[in-house]
Design a protein around this ligand. Sequence first.
Ligand code: FMN
Length: 264
Amino acid sequence: MRLGFALSFLVTVLIVVYVLFSLYVPQGDLGGVEVVGGELLLPLPRKVSFITVEEAILLRKSVREWRDSPITIEQLSMILWASQGVVEEVDGWLRRAAPSAGATYPLEIYVVVGEGGVSLGDGGYVEAGVYKYDYRRHSLRLVKSGDFRSDLWQATLRQDWVREAPVSLVICAVYERTTWRYGERGVRYVHIEVGHVGQNVYLMSTALGLGTVAIGAFHDDEVARVVNARRDERPLYVFPVGVPLRPHKADFRELQDLYSGLRR
Ligand SMILES: Cc1cc2nc3c(=O)[nH]c(=O)nc-3n(C[C@H](O)[C@H](O)[C@H](O)COP(=O)(O)O)c2cc1C
C-alpha cells in the first residue's frame, strides 16, 4: 500500500516536472527565434517552397482579403530576405536579393506587426510593434512597441486590407544613396528598384501560400510618421501580407486555352 502510494507520488512529481520543463522557454530563445539585446534574429533563409518561378508568376495576384490567422516568423523571414536580404559576398561587399543601380541599395524596410500577427511556432507571437529590417544581420530591431495597424490604415487612405492584415512592410527610399552617384537620373533608378523589390515580395508571398497587395496610394508624411522613418527615408510602397481568405488556383492548361481563344 505504502509502496503504491510512494510510486504514484513519484510519477505525479515526474509528470509535473516534465510539464513545467516543457513550458519553460529560456530567455533569449523564443521557440528557435533568438532575441539578443532587443534584436530579433530571424530564422536563416532556406529552401522552403516547391513551386517553380513560372508557377509563382501564374499564381501571383493582388490579395485584399485575409483569414483571421497570423503568418509565421519563418514566412516573414523569407519575405524580408527575398526583398532586401543578402545572397552573396563579393570582394567584401554584400550582394542582395534584388538588383540595385551601381549596388547603391537605397531602400530600407520597416515592418508593422499587429497583435498576434506573427507566430513564433511555440504558441507565442512576436511583440506587436514597428520594426526595422537589418539586412546584414537578417534581423529585426524594434522601433516602437504597440499595434500601429490602424494608424497605417489611416495613412493609406483607409484601405481596409491594410488594417486587417497581420503584418505590413513599408519600403522607404534614401534617394541620396543613389543620386550622389547618378544625379537626377538616380531618382528614376530608385523607383525602378522598388518595383523589383515589390515583385520579389509578391512572388515569395505567393510561393509561401500567402497573399499581398502593392499599396501606392497613401499620405507620405503620415506613413513616415507611423514607422518613425528618418528624415531622409521616404516611403514608396506598403505591402500588407496575410493568409488569403480564398486560395487562388490557376494552371497552365487553362492559360493555354485562354491564349487559343485570344489567337482566334
Ligand atoms: C504602383 C502600384 C500602386 C498600387 N497601389 C494600390 C493601392 O493603393 N491599393 C490597392 O488596393 N492596390 C494597389 N495596387 C495593385 C493594383 O491594383 C493591382 O496590381 C492591379 O489591379 C492588377 O491586379 P493583380 O496585381 O492581381 O494582377 C497598386 C499596384 C501598383 C503597381
